[in-house]
Design a protein around this ligand. Structure first.
Ligand code: TRP
Length: 333
């Protein structure tokens, strides 16, 4: 069974991505019945990223993050979306089946229209066909390898629903060539908050990168707002700081922080514990990350190998799809 997920390389991966996508997706890697496909959605990033050097750099950062966090390229496949040209051929085919009315309601497009509406601008101002078609490309990512399981956070669920809808339409019109994917719910995804208390997200700018300098990490944790209770006052074991700690601590460590909250503890001390906890959790991964970033040729070699394995599968699926819809020459490879 194939489990597939992608990350758009638009910013440094943050702790919300780690808890919401990377960690649960990597856990699937250890299930014997599952082959993990993890890819860098660089063509999705093209919707907003126009700086070529930046796009290339961000793509490597994302790959290095997954590898440093434990992705095993022997067991799983990690690749660049842009290296699998079959995805883009399938994208066109799917776009002929996708219902425009459904895409009108997709989150990213609706959000862009809302911004325009608030500014009193034409609703489609600055909206590219790529942004509108974002969910169709995502459907192609998933369906080209007949992925059965798609672990995503709350914000991407609608996109996977759209992929399911398109796959069902294909079934209806042409038979069961494509696999209808299941969403693997990632419950924690929506709960990790950024330093301002809202959901941690690149778009809110409230994120804490996984691999930042220790001084930056300390600064970001210091920014987390706290109440004005004195160190002696008991505190409820909840809130942004507590949740952050909890995400990276063992049961025992969580209990001992809970006790401190009950007996009273200064916010400075709590922040220091959160900082220590996160840095030690990622200490060995950070070394691997720095090593990969210093040797981008190693990252590229792994991505090329992953892509060549995935393309074999993608080529087969595309061939079946083309045959089913009645295009192309079946004798050509
Ligand atoms: N849209 C996803 C994100 O922004 C990335 C992505 C692209 C993806 N294609 C995918 C995720 C296919 C799961 C499956 O994070």
């Amino acid at each position: 069974m194939i489990a597939l997920t992608g990350i758009k390389p638009t910013g440094q991966p943050h702790l919300g991505n780690f808890i919401g996508a990377i960690k649960p997706a990597l856990a699937l890697q250890n299930r014997p019945e599952i082959t993990g496909y993890y890819f860098i959605a660089d063509y999705h990033a093209l919707v907003s990223e126009r700086d070529p050097a930046c796009l290339a750099q961000k793509s490597r950062e994302v790959a290095a993050t997954w590898l440093a966090c434990g992705l095993d390229p022997e067991k799983s496949c990690i690749y660049r979306q842009s290296d699998i040209s079959e995805i883009f051929e399938l994208h066109w085919i799917l776009s002929c089946l996708a219902a425009k009315g459904y895409l009108n309601r997709a989150h990213a497009y609706k959000a862009a229209m809302q911004v325009n509406q608030e500014k009193g601008q034409d609703l489609d101002q600055g909206v590219s066909l790529g942004l509108f078609s974002y969910p169709v490309l995502m459907a192609a990512d998933i369906l080209i390898v007949q992925a059965q399981l798609v672990p995503v956070g709350e914000d991407q669920k609608q996109h996977v629903e759209i992929a399911r809808d398109i796959a069902m339409k294909f079934h209806h019109d042409y038979g069961d060539v494509l696999t209808i994917p299941q969403i693997a719910e990632v419950a924690e995804a929506s709960t990790l908050c950024g330093f301002d208390g809202r959901k941690m997200s690149k778009s809110y700018g409230n994120h804490i990168p996984i691999f930042c300098d220790s001084s930056d990490l300390q600064k970001l944790i210091k920014k987390i707002p706290t109440d004005s209770s004195t160190p002696q006052e008991p505190k409820a074991a909840k809130g942004v700081l507590f949740d952050l700690f909890k995400s990276f601590a063992t049961e025992d460590q969580i209990n001992s922080l809970k006790e401190k909250y009950q007996h009273g503890v200064g916010w400075g001390e709590v922040k220091e514990s959160v900082y220590q906890q996160i840095s030690s959790y990622f200490a060995s991964s950070k070394e691997k990350y720095d090593h990969f970033m210093a040797h981008p040729e190693n990252i590229d070699a792994i991505l090329i190998d992953g892509a060549s394995r995935v393309r074999k599968k993608a080529r087969q699926v595309l061939k079946q799809v083309k045959k089913a819809i009645g295009v192309g020459n079946n004798h050509m490879d």
